[in-house]
Write a protein that binds this ligand. Structure first.
Ligand code: CP
Length: 312
């Protein structure tokens, strides 16, 4: 693996998941692979799990870790040919080339604006680093994707499924703020690569990018979608067609214990209790959210390990 910016960078998902599960059993088996190697983690946005799990993963491999919250650095310009006489002080060209001198791997988190659809779908920040960095780049959640979360979710489903082809439902859930599509998109990408019966459910108007979902059934009736589900993955996202807008808060779409029955409950976290899902769901025996977060470490670790193995 030479980079990890989307799930397509994994050649064989089930093989990679099995390797991650082996790492989980013995996390220090490659403790010298990353010696004298550094991952620089750049955060344009907040994080708890991604930051700590990726740092832990890197340290399990013997790597050094540098973390930069970009809000503490010079404000960055991404457009080519800009006359930089306004608010931005440093161009991505120099920034990426300079950071490449300090890093063997660069990991980037950069959320969408949710205001400028063209800019967001072009992945201007992530692609800027891919274009100008001279070292491999890892996507720690970009404007449209969250492949480390997807890989952790693949590990979690693989570890907990009790049948060959489980029914998995991705359900939109309410949230007071306009949120990105990245986690939902990443989960849909993942479902293309797993042997599951997959259904997406959301109120009308919350359709994700049709290019991503076109092969899957969209069921606008949440109750119908949840029937016989083995896994229910809840996530809020804002409208894609009316870009970044909240169309309805739809509190009746909150995930309740009564709705999910015996299905396992998944969410990437952080989650707003009693808005997205009720306490009984999160505190119940079928909640996988803490294990999903645990698997973030081994998702990051297998990605870092595969990239380290291919560094020249
Ligand atoms: N799920 C996830 O990416 O969590 P953080 O935003 O806390 O990193």
């Amino acid at each position: 693996m030479k980079k990890y910016t989307n799930l397509n960078d994994i050649k064989n998902l089930s093989d990679t998941v099995q390797k991650a599960i082996q790492l989980k059993e013995n996390p220090y088996q490659f403790a010298h692979l990353g010696q004298h190697k550094t991952v620089v983690m750049l955060f344009f946005n907040a994080s708890l799990r991604t930051r700590l799990s990726t740092e832990k993963a890197a340290k399990n491999l013997g790597m050094e870790v540098s973390v930069l919250n970009i809000t503490n650095a010079w404000s960055m310009e991404f457009e080519d040919g800009t006359v930089m006489n306004l608010s931005t002080s440093e161009h991505i060209k120099e920034a990426a080339m300079v950071i490449s001198q300090y890093a063997d791997i660069i990991a980037v988190r950069a959320f969408p604006t949710l205001k400028d659809k063209e800019k967001d779908t072009s992945e201007i920040v992530l692609n800027g680093f891919i274009k100008y960095a001279s070292v491999p780049v890892i996507n720690m959640e970009s404007a449209t994707d969250h492949p480390l979360q997807a890989l952790a979710d693949a590990i979690t489903i693989t570890e907990t499924k009790t049948m060959n082809k489980p029914k998995v439902v991705l359900s939109w859930a309410p949230h007071p703020k306009a949120l990105p599509h990245s986690v939902a998109n990443a989960f849909v990408h993942l479902m293309h690569n797993m042997d599951v019966e997959f259904v997406i459910t959301h109120p009308e108007g919350y359709e994700l990018d049709a290019e991503i979902t076109k092969e899957f059934h969209i069921e606008y009736n949440q109750e119908k979608a949840f029937k016989n589900a083995d896994f229910i993955y809840a996530k809020n996202w804002s409208s894609f067609t009316k870009y970044g807008k909240i169309l309805t808060e739809a509190p009746n779409w909150m995930i309740t214990q009564g709705k999910i029955g015996a299905a396992k409950f998944m969410h990437c976290l952080p989650i707003r209790r009693n808005v997205v899902a009720e306490d009984a769901v999160l505190d119940g025996d079928n909640s996988l959210v803490i294990e999903q977060a645990n698997n973030r470490t081994y998702a990051a670790q297998i990605v870092l390990k595969e990239i380290l193995t291919h560094l020249s």
